[in-house]
Ligand binder design. Structure first.
Ligand code: FAD
Ligand code: SF4
Length: 508
């Protein structure tokens, strides 16, 4: 039967079983569309990375003898929406079958189900063969339980896939080396240069702009840093394994004004677009440890594997267990608008200036910057989670809703009331100062809670707890905060300081 097979922009998995044989009657459809560039304003590097990777993928398929129909963003035949493009093609070319792979986003899942209902031909849906668990695995794992605990899911994954295991026991006798993975970075080792790719994305950038796509952030198209093919993704993986992994765990939570990436892998885009398979990355890290335990060390490797085998699969499972309700959750009822400096980095708070500044420059911030600087601030300031989500979904190279919203609304904003995390991730200047060199050159004083130049985190922190007393007081992991608060002599002054800041967020 003459078959049309859709490949979405984040389904660039060349090892998928669809491609094991070439078939004359099968046409692969790939679409650059306004429906995808416009559901939120994206970072320009994100749009470039997706389109360039899609184009490379289509070229590879063609080289291998597959038939590909590719509609570029500026093609006059492009109807810019999934329904219309698929409908047109099926009418024009008389296909007998339509096939697609399970999308990772709820929005597209619904849309494709709708399309299939309307199509007059047979349709079928396939797995992406990317994730290690199916959509509902996390829901099943925790069925009947009140809370979802990443750690227990992660341990079962270690056992199931035999990763870092000695029989039934974890290698090295421990599941977790978090205690050893909490160093600040004091420039004691240098961060190696990242591999660069020979290419110029100038004309692609031009056609994106010509098509009227609105973007945010900066780019130098002649030095585009993100891997846009499987080959380039493997180069980044190789660089990570040889140069960065030996230090990964130790500096995982560190932040530094001169090092936007530190020892992080920058593999999230290659993984989320499926150019790399999670298990190949996990096995490769494990192999490094086996071959050269002295250079690597279990805490470094476990710290990395936990993120992919644990967190990444866990977040995806939460997404499918809880959508679509998840996208509406606002446990604290936060309603404030996102301060304007999130869009230009123009703030006197040095930590935010750097975390936001590098996000605009590189479409990247690492986990602790996202969680403990921008996310921490948004939560303390009571920003509407819808606005927070929009920002994270637009700005990061790796932001796709299934992993963005669970991290942002869940882990970072606690808007889900404790599905992903057991307590809100908030801190005063103390934590930021311990893990970074931001505070030393800040306009604000990290030690002051009140008065001129007092660090905003220090009063907003207490005001957050005071404001949400009813919702948090009975949480056994938080009780101690309220004990401290009740004994605090300066309490009224601190709350007043916080109120002043809250009424002038844009000026901070
Ligand atoms: P590394 O630090 O090198 O980690 C290796 C890999 O582990 C990552 O590539 C990623 O695939 C995986 N990983 C690590 N932490 C997580 C996590 N919490 N959840 C899922 N996978 C994880 N990650 C995204 O891929 N897309 C997002 O939109 C996204 N939004 C986030 C929003 C907030 C508020 C927070 C706190 C975290 C978010 N993360 C997101 C998770 C994490 O910050 C990024 O995966 C990571 O910073 C990507 O950089 P890296 O590849 O250098 O990661
Ligand atoms: Fe951020 Fe406060 Fe430190 Fe300044 S003093 S860098 S605002 S935590």
């Amino acid at each position: 039967a003459k078959t049309l097979r859709l490949i979405l922009g984040d389904q660039l998995n060349p090892q998928h079983s669809w491609f094991t044989e070439t078939r004359e009657e099968v046409v692969y459809l790939m679409l650059e569309m306004r429906q995808e560039t416009d559901y939120v304003r994206h970072h320009v590097q994100k749009v470039l990375a997706f389109f360039q990777s899609m184009r490379n993928f289509a070229e590879e398929l063609t080289k291998k003898g597959h038939r590909v129909c590719y509609l570029r963003i500026d093609d006059p035949k492009n109807r810019q929406c999934l329904e219309k493009n698929i409908g047109d093609l099926i009418d024009r070319e008389q296909f007998d079958r339509f096939e697609y792979q399970l999308p990772d986003e709820y929005r597209l899942d619904q849309q494709l189900q709708r399309i299939c209902k309307q199509l007059p031909i047979k349709t079928a849906c396939f797995d992406t063969e990317h994730f290690l668990t199916d959509r509902m695995a996390v829901k099943r794992f925790f069925s009947g339980k009140k809370t979802y605990l990443m750690e227990s899911f992660y341990r079962s994954m270690r056992q199931e896939f035999g990763v870092l295991m000695q029989g039934k026991k974890p290698q090295g006798g421990e599941w977790n080396f978090d205690k050893e993975n909490r160093n600040a970075f004091r420039e004691e080792v240098s961060v190696p240069d990242f591999p660069s790719f020979e290419r110029d994305l100038g004309s692609l950038l031009q056609s994106i702009h010509n098509a009227g796509v609105q973007t945010l952030g900066e780019v130098d198209p002649s030095r585009f840093p993100w891997p846009c093919s499987r080959q380039e993704s493997l180069t980044v993986l190789d660089h990570f394994l040889t140069e960065l992994l030996p230090h990964f765990g130790r500096y995982q939570d560190a932040m530094h004004t001169a090092e936007p990436f530190l020892f992080h892998s920058r593999l999230s885009f290659a993984l989320n677009s499926k150019m790399l398979h999670p298990l190949e990355v996990i096995r490769a890290a494990q192999d490094c440890l086996e071959k050269d335990p002295e250079t690597y060390g279990l805490p470094q490797v476990e710290g990395f594997i936990r993120q992919i085998l644990g967190w990444r699969e866990f977040m995806r499972g939460i997404y499918w267990a809880k959508m679509p309700d998840y996208a509406q959750m606002n446990f604290f009822g936060h309603k404030r608008a996102l301060p304007s400096f999130f869009w230009d980095g123009n703030t006197k708070m040095n930590c935010l200036k750097h975390a936001i500044g590098q996000s605009l420059e590189h479409a990247y911030a690492h986990h602790i910057q996202r969680l403990m600087v921008t996310g921490n601030f948004a939560l303390l300031a009571g920003i509407d989670p819808d606005e927070v989500d929009q920002w994270y979904l637009g700005i990061y190279i790796d932001a796709i809703e299934w992993v963005e919203i669970t991290n942002t609304r869940g882990m970072s904003q606690f808007a889900d009331g404790g599905i992903v995390g057991t307590k809100p991730y908030v801190s005063s200047a103390n934590y930021i100062d311990k893990m970074s060199n931001y505070c030393g050159s800040c306009h604000y004083s990290k030690t002051k809670k009140t008065g001129d130049k007092a660090c905003p985190f220090n009063s907003l922190y207490w005001a957050f707890y005071e404001r949400n007393r009813e919702k948090l007081e009975n949480n056994p992991r938080i009780g101690f905060v309220y004990n401290t608060l009740s004994k605090m002599k300066q309490k009224d002054e601190i709350l007043k300081q916080a109120n002043t800041y809250l009424s002038n967020l844009d000026d901070l």
